[in-house]
Design a protein around this ligand. Sequence first.
Ligand SMILES: [Zn+2]
Length: 169
Amino acid sequence: MKIEFRFCPSCGSALSLRQIEGHDLPACPNCEFVAWKGPKVAVALVASDPQGRILVIRRGISPGRGGWAFPGGYVDDEEDPAFGAARECLEETGCEAAVDELAGVFHVVTEDGGLVVLAYRGRLTAGEPTPTPEAPELGCFDPEQLPELVFSSHRRAFDAWQAGRAQVD
Ligand SMILES: [Zn+2]
């Protein structure tokens, strides 16, 4: 859901559109407030188990409900994104993961606005994949047999993960 400012959160005046640096932005006529727009930041974790299989979930919630994806989600304010990737993995799958290097950064524009997805490579270190409301179905798959992923950013992340794996092998 996209939230638009209608009133100035600083002084309460009704906002009006003002052209600033080429963008029409809600701005306050009585003070300095401008509702600047920036992308949200999300993480995805491409985590492999000791057999080299990749953990994916069938999403139980929107966006992408019913589709397959890597564990991930929005980064909390003041949270290191790599920590967020491990946190989301644990919350969604019951699996602890070590987060290694960045696989890639992917920008997408959704109906809710811009999104920057940081995709990490990782390794599952403890725990068994356990269904949760966010991931009612999940499992580890051979990379060659991974289900079709619902998000374009995750498909690109998997491509980047595979390209990185080729360099390591
Ligand atoms: Zn104001």
